[in-house]
Design a protein around this ligand. Structure first.
Ligand code: GLV
Ligand code: MG
Length: 312
């Protein structure tokens, strides 16, 4: 290992991340009792301008009325972008009125570190003024060409930042990619046209101790397409994916949970390496394959995740 190491800033189980328009209180109630690991109450793109103020009030009420933590969920609010006049009041009202109940603020369309600096400074002041002993985290959506161009700098922001999300729909728009699908594959592209961008974001996340989350898949009548996309994201190191429809929650939970056979193999890797260690050896064999200290690190990732799921 290098002498420079950025540990995970904050671990959270985030296999499935349900997007809930805060304009719809019935959907919020349903989300609270559903199987998602993580719910975000949306004040941004799912909300029409005429509903923005009411949606903000609904989100605050839901944070105060529902005990999300007792329900085993992380709860977040997606505030509006810094280019809108809704954003400052989203932060002020949500934080002043429910800042000790919300786990994170999800900041959309982050393009430069200054975007996070502004939110962080506001949150710091409000928590101090209110005397909260809790500490809200920040998560950033990487979904513009400028955000992706600056992703390494954004990942190094520090402060309260704990995760980056790949917002494929806005990213496609910002890139002027030839699609109107949210997250689907383009049949004219030989492979996954989002591969390079997700991979780039995941590298930035893992280098600086952040969680990496894959964004939406719009066609909720195509569960296999969703799962394929989720599996590709998981293969690259993402630990969860958005669900824009309740039917996608179980799909995400399935794909981002290690199957029993993988957990068993991870345990056997550790066992075999312990035996080898007792004999003064660094490497061993398991089912005809070489395993060593790097195998142990991979296996521990699986076991830590399995433990977090079991503890839920
Ligand atoms: C999410 O916000 C997206 O744009 O995909
Ligand atoms: Mg977006």
């Amino acid at each position: 290992m290098s002498h420079t190491l950025h540990p995970m800033r904050k671990a959270r189980l985030q296999r499935s991340e349900l997007a809930v328009p805060a304009s719809n209180p019935a959907m919020i109630d349903k989300a609270a009792d559903g199987p998602a690991d993580y719910v975000f109450l949306d004040l941004e793109d799912a909300i029409a301008p005429s509903e923005k103020v009411q949606a903000r009030k609904n989100a605050i009420q839901a944070l105060n009325d529902i005990d999300w933590r007792a329900k085993g969920k992380t709860v977040s609010v997606r505030i509006n972008g810094l280019d809108t006049h809704y954003m400052y009041r989203d932060v002020v009202d949500v934080m002043e009125q429910a800042g000790d109940k919300v786990d994170t603020l999800l900041v959309p369309k982050v393009a430069v570190t200054g975007d996070l600096y502004m939110v962080e400074a506001m949150v710091n002041q409000i928590e101090q003024a209110k005397g909260f002993t809790t500490r809200v985290g920040l998560e950033a959506l990487i979904e513009t060409a400028l955000g992706m161009a600056n992703v390494e700098a954004i990942a190094q922001f520090g402060g309260r930042l704990e995760a980056l999300h790949f917002g494929v729909a806005d990213f496609a728009a910002s890139m002027r990619a030839r699609t109107t699908n949210i997250g689907g594959l383009n049949p004219h592209y030989p492979g996954d046209q989002w591969h390079a961008s997700i991979s780039r974001m995941v590298v930035a996340c893992r280098a600086y101790g952040l969680r990496a989350i894959d964004g939406p898949f719009g066609d909720f009548s195509d569960p296999e397409g969703y799962k394929d996309g989720a599996r590709r994201a998981a293969a690259l190191g993402c630990e969860g994916k958005w669900a824009i429809h309740p039917s996608q929650i179980a799909l995400a939970n399935e794909v981002f949970s290690p199957p029993e056979a993988e957990v068993t193999r991870a345990r056997r890797i550790i066992e075999e390496l312990r035996k080898a260690e007792a004999q003064g050896k660094g490497a061993a064999q398991l089912d005809g394959r070489m395993i060593d200290a790097a195998s142990e690190r991979m296996a521990m990732n699986v076991l830590v995740l399995a433990d977090a799921i079991a503890a839920k």
